[in-house]
Ligand binder design. Structure first.
Ligand code: SF4
Length: 343
């Protein structure tokens, strides 16, 4: 299979139909034990300190994988800096295929991608059916995560859903791995506060979930963006990518978050923002519309939580515990809303 990089989830049905191996370069970057080296390589190539670590990581991962000769760059609906990133990648002699998430002409955008990869709708629909079978397995893990007494850890929920952006490059080997997943036998903090995580996946995700669930006694029951990568909608393929909230702005995202807050009985939210990302600007919009306490945390290049962040997470979970314990109308803890921002 010919490897094809992607800057985020694109209609991977097209790539699978073309017998290519889709690789979400974010996953390639973060899964590599030398991910810090990728960041350094990008900085040596000219990326400033004040650019996002995910962007630098994607570039470093492209450098480390010369066999990836083509990358699909999402030019509308993902990152404001993708255009420049693609110029850097073109300078490496790689082919850049643009893709734009514009709802009104999503079918045409998908057809343009199909022309690049020379596949028909029949082949794409067949790949869609195969992908839906794998996605359903991941939806089941997500559903199990928020049930009472769940043994599905927040990290596992994050991992399997985030992998859906490229299915690990091969849906046929990813599917049995998902089927083999076993939740922990013991419920995870069944009486603890129930948290949702908003925003782009955290650069220190593994440490974050472990700390919240093994040290703070909380239970993560919702991962907003990661869940979106699993396209949790049973419908026609074009509609499915139109319902994917991540590319379409804060208002669309908020509607999805509101539904899940109620459905999953979430007590508080952690909004992860990435340093130097334009999406940091959405924090105020998110805070304005949601009626749960929100802690905003920011990561840059470190894959481990700092001591300061650990303290803030612990204090936030403690605040939520006290709010739950307070009698109705009591004043044991601050009202819902702002609980601080920036790491
Ligand atoms: S975190 Fe923000 S700036 Fe970084 S790649 Fe993602 S969208 Fe772009």
């Amino acid at each position: 299979m010919t490897p094809v990089g992607m800057t985020t989830l694109v209609p991977i049905e097209v790539l699978f139909a073309a017998s290519c191996q889709p690789l979400d370069m974010n996953n390639v970057f973060i899964a590599n034990p030398r991910s810090q080296h990728f960041i350094e390589q990008a900085e040596l190539a000219g990326f400033p300190d004040t650019s996002c670590a995910w962007l630098k990581g994607i570039y470093g991962a492209m450098l480390a994988h010369p066999e990836i000769e083509t990358i699909v760059g999402v030019t509308v609906g993902d990152c404001s800096d993708t255009h420049v990133l693609m110029e850097y990648v073109e300078r490496l002699g790689r082919r850049v295929v643009p893709f734009a998430y514009v709802r009104e002409r999503l079918g045409e955008e998908i057809e343009a991608l199909m022309r690049h990869f020379d596949v028909s709708w029949a082949e794409v629909h067949e790949a869609h059916q195969r992908l839906q079978r794998v996605r359903r397995l991941v939806w089941n893990i997500d559903d199990a995560t928020w049930q009472p007494g769940s043994g599905v850890a927040g990290w596992d929920n994050h991992y399997y859903q985030v992998c859906c952006s490229d299915m690990g490059g091969d849906m046929e080997t990813f599917a049995p791995r998902v089927r083999a997943f076993e939740p922990q036998q013991e419920p995870i903090n069944p009486a603890g506060v129930r948290l949702g995580i908003l925003g782009v996946p955290a650069i220190f995700a593994e440490d974050l979930y472990r700390y919240l669930e093994t040290h703070c006694g909380a239970k993560v029951v919702f991962n907003e963006t990661q869940r979106q990568f699993s396209l949790p909608f049973e419908c026609d393929m074009v509609e499915q990518y139109a319902r994917f909230t991540y590319p379409y702005g804060t208002k669309v995202r908020l509607a999805d978050i509101q539904t899940e807050l109620r459905r999953r009985d979430i007590h508080g939210l952690i909004h992860y923002t990435q340093a130097f990302c334009f999406r940091e600007l959405t924090d105020a919009l998110i805070r304005e519309d949601l009626d749960r306490p929100i802690l905003t945390i920011t990561g840059n290049t470190e894959k481990r939580l700092s001591a300061q962040l650990k303290t803030r997470l612990e204090a936030f979970v403690d605040l939520l515990e006290r709010r739950r314990a307070a009698p109705a109308g009591g004043a044991a803890a601050p009202a819902a809303g702002n609980t601080g921002s920036a790491a």
